[in-house]
Design a protein around this ligand. Structure first.
Ligand SMILES: *[C@@H]1O[C@H](CO)[C@@H](O)[C@H](O)[C@H]1NC(C)=O
Ligand SMILES: *[C@@H]1O[C@H](CO)[C@@H](O)[C@H](O)[C@H]1NC(C)=O
Ligand SMILES: *[C@@H]1O[C@H](CO)[C@@H](O)[C@H](O)[C@H]1NC(C)=O
Length: 284
């Protein structure tokens, strides 16, 4: 892996130097929610006092300066989640969607060719998230998977692919249970299926791959509401309601019962002679 990068890097230096007068390298880093990522700024020099890190977000006309001459700019919203690694790489903690975009590492040492690296940070996202949906067997579910990238970079046209796989890593494209549609130019893929009883706790994963290499993935786990925790809670509530109803209605019920019994008793008494005479009459 490291060897490959060096060859790649050398190739680009040879290619790019005569064209732009600077050395440029392009990296792709993939992330999901709440991760720590490291953006490389490979340079033989360990001194980071000339390192600049800039960020070009969606629709930015001006870069957001993150580090200047190796010192963190503290006026950016995200500065608390950033730090500089000992090799001048940029660490971003607790990533969020807002972090995707183009990052540029730049070094300029007197008398040398300025050295820059472009790092594209791509955010992979699945919606809805597993925990926020109320689903039940028999209902249909559609999961959308989107790669958010700087729009200067159409990654899914460059050999990167989005796929839906199951827990065994098998591509679900050819499984007739699932309808999968994708929009490669937008790095977007959806999975639709009708949920079965046995799908509870089943996991489907959207992953971005290049060749056989998995860059990152996001999973969706099916959770039916009738889970042990919920059903115990539900059962307790039902019991409480029954007890409450009983507490309110028992005295009334007993009272009604007494009244009913008394009425039946007096009716019986009143009816007894007639019944006897009826019997007598019928016998005739
Ligand atoms: C991210 O880094 C912080 C600080 O070093 C650490 O506490 C946390 O566990 C890390 N999170 C992950 C997902 O690696
Ligand atoms: C930012 O840094 C400057 C100088 O290093 C300091 O004076 C200022 O108080 C800092 N601001 C914040 C919000 O931390
Ligand atoms: C994954 O899908 C394949 C093909 O549809 C199937 O044979 C396999 O059992 C599935 N694995 C799991 C864990 O669902």
């Amino acid at each position: 892996m490291a060897d490959k990068c060096h060859i790649y890097l050398l190739g680009l230096i040879i290619l790019c130097s005569p064209l732009t007068g600077t050395s440029e390298v392009e990296h792709h880093v993939f992330f999901t929610d709440d991760e720590n990522v490291t953006l490389p700024c490979n340079n033989v020099r360990s001194d980071c006092t000339t390192t600049e890190w800039n960020y070009y977000g969606e629709g930015y006309s001006e870069p957001d300066k993150l580090f200047s001459r190796g010192i963190k700019k503290n006026d950016t919203e995200r500065h608390e989640r950033l730090n500089l690694g000992s090799d001048c790489s940029l660490n971003i903690y607790k990533t969020t969607k807002e972090d995707y975009g183009l990052y540029n590492c730049w070094k300029n040492v007197n008398g040398e060719t300025p050295y820059t690296e472009n790092v594209y940070l791509h955010f992979l996202h699945v919606s809805p998230p597993s925990t926020q949906t109320e689903i039940r067997p028999g209902s249909s579910v559609t999961l959308s998977c989107q790669l958010y990238s700087d729009d200067r970079n159409t990654l899914c046209k460059k050999g990167f692919n989005l796929v839906w796989v199951n827990e065994s890593g098998v591509n679900l494209q050819t499984d007739s249970r699932y309808q999968i549609s994708s929009s490669p130019e937008h790095c977007y893929i959806t999975l639709t299926t009708t949920l079965l009883n046995e799908d509870n706790n089943r996991e489907w994963r959207c992953q971005i791959t290049k060749g056989t290499e998995i860059k990152t993935s996001v999973s969706y786990t099916v959770k039916y509401l009738a889970d042990s925790k919920t059903s115990i809670g539900l059962l307790l509530r039902v019991i409480i309601i029954i007890v409450e109803i009983a507490a309110v209605t028992t005295p009334t019920v007993i009272l009604l019962q007494i009244i009913r019994e008394r009425r039946a008793e007096s009716k019986r008494r009143a009816e007894t002679p007639r019944r006897l005479s009826e019997t007598y009459y019928n016998l005739e």
